[in-house]
Design a protein around this ligand. Structure first.
Ligand code: NDP
Length: 449
């Protein structure tokens, strides 16, 4: 009989051979596969049904041309993607990323992670992801609008409120979602459930903007509780200064912790008095300025440009990587551990390398993996879909309290799965297994599709 290890190894070898040029995708797959070995020992029927090989192959990968005209009248061309990874438990759901680094490997890694994350929320949503190598930085509002209209003109053929429901991610915030929604509506009529992260005047949900950052902090709260600790008096380092980082900072401050550093791709600021949230929001949400400008408002804060000492060399009790993939490597993990970090919570997707995760787990640091800790965003997106379907908006408090309960349940289920499969405290393993089991059961019930 094939063992779990033999099965997982054989499938991974195949995945590597077929996707050898997709480094980020293989990294995400390896992390999940490593966790699933004991599951296949316990449920050999999933080996017979070859669930893993089916799951790791996207149901559909779409790649398309996005031509648009810049402000000088010059025609530009970008590449658009949508990966519809798994609809085993619901319509494809996952964000759109606009960033020059976007390629098929990055969209596939994000889509693959999204399957398990969405399953963990307990809500009926499948996994997908999309985006483009378009860089919104330095573009005028009109250029962003023309690009997003062209992008949606193609994407609209493949999405719909019960088929595939995109949302935001890096480079796609309220402005971009507004333009995308407008173009979808122009081509298909008003269907408010086709996108989430919408503005509050046209079907958006209260607390969606805050959800990923708040949710990550709620998850961290559960990890701290399990160690007999709380936020009061703790210091935190948060990387990034976008949607996730800003609202993680806001909630950390509200719960009594002090965030002492934030960053963007140009560097980081360290403010030992605590990052001033009002300044941060003004610079990032209103002015779209670079983070160095923070020091003009707070002269005691120190700016370190990218390429200098990493943000993770700052001594703090808590770390929240909230910028991008692979932003925290083994050397960073060692520095954090040496400085006595007690909890690391991933607000971004796959921000820690596999080596960094090993270091945290071995050092007994509480480690909240992305697919569990940052699931709050997609969870509230699913709540936005529910409100759209019933045509009734909920209050901020209603949504926030549902978010809190969902994050608590994700922690409890991940911790329970880790314990059941013999690795108590390993939330990486626990989240992967808890997310996988529901999807596997659904796939098994639906036959070979
Ligand atoms: P934003 O675009 O709002 O902010 C991204 C932040 O990360 C910016 O400060 C940006 O700096 C920084 N950043 C991006 N790429 C890099 C890079 N290559 N190197 C260094 N810094 C970088 O995105 P979000 O806050 O929405 O997303 C952040 C992370 O959270 C992503 O991994 C995303 O997938 C994940 N996430 C987001 C969710 C959401 O609801 N928004 C939900 C779940 C996960 P700069 O401006 O200089 O580029």
């Amino acid at each position: 009989m094939t063992t779990g290890k033999e099965y997982v190894t054989a499938v991974f070898e195949k995945v590597k051979a077929q996707n050898s040029h997709e480094a980020e995708f293989l990294q995400a797959v390896e992390e999940v596969f490593d966790s699933l070995i004991p599951v296949f020992d316990k449920y050999p029927e999933y080996i017979e049904e070859n669930i893993l090989e089916r799951l790791v192959e996207p149901e559909r990968v779409l790649s398309f041309r996005v031509p648009w005209v810049d402000d000088r009248g010059q025609v530009q061309v970008n590449r658009g993607y949508r990966v519809q990874f798994s609809s085993a438990i619901g319509p494809y759901k996952g964000g759109l990323r606009f960033h020059p680094s976007v390629n098929q490997s990055i969209i596939k890694f994000l889509g693959f992670e999204q399957i398990f994350k969405n399953s963990l929320t307990g809500l009926p949503i499948g996994g997908g992801k999309g985006g483009s190598n378009f860089d919104p930085k330095g573009k005028s509002d009109n250029e962003v609008m023309r690009f997003t209209q062209s992008f949606m003109t193609e994407l609209q053929k493949y999405i719909g409120p019960d088929i595939d429901v995109p949302a935001g991610d890096i480079g796609v915030g309220g402005r971009e979602i507004g333009y995308l929604f407008g173009q979808y509506k122009r081509l298909n009529g008003y269907k408010n459930g086709v996108l989430t992260g919408k503005g509050l005047t046209y079907g958006g949900s209260l607390a969606r903007t805050e959800a990923t950052g708040y949710g990550a902090v709620y998850f961290a709260e559960q990890m701290l509780k399990a160690r007999g600790e709380g936020f009061a008096g703790k210091t935190a380092v948060v990387s990034g200064s976008g949607n996730v980082a800003i609202y993680a900072t806001e909630k950390l401050h509200a719960l009594g912790a002090k965030v002492i550093a934030v960053s963007d791709s140009s560097g980081y600021v360290y403010d030992k008095e605590g990052i001033n949230l009002e300044t941060l929001k003004q610079l990032k949400e209103v002015e779209r300025a670079r983070i160095v400008k923070y020091t003009e408002h707070h002269p005691n804060a120190v700016f370190t440009p990218a390429g200098g000492d990493s943000i993770w060399t700052i001594k703090a009790d808590l770390a929240f990587p909230c910028a991008t993939q692979n932003e925290l490597n083994a050397a960073d993990a060692k520095a954090l551990v040496a400085n006595g970090v007690i909890a690391v919570t991933e607000g971004a997707n796959m921000p820690s390398t596999l080596e960094a995760i090993e270091i945290f787990l071995e050092a007994g640091v509480s480690f909240g993996p992305a697919k569990a800790a940052n699931a709050g965003g997609v969870a509230v997106s699913a709540l936005e879909m529910a409100q759209n379907s019933q045509r009734t908006p909920w209050t901020f408090e209603e949504v926030d309290s549902k978010l809190y309960q969902i994050m608590k349940a994700i922690y409890t289920n991940s911790a329970a799965a880790a314990k059941e499969f013999g690795e108590e405290g390993n939330l990486v393993l626990g989240a992967n297994i808890a997310g996988f089991l529901k999807v596997a059961q659904a796939m098994s019930a639906q036959g070979v599709v």
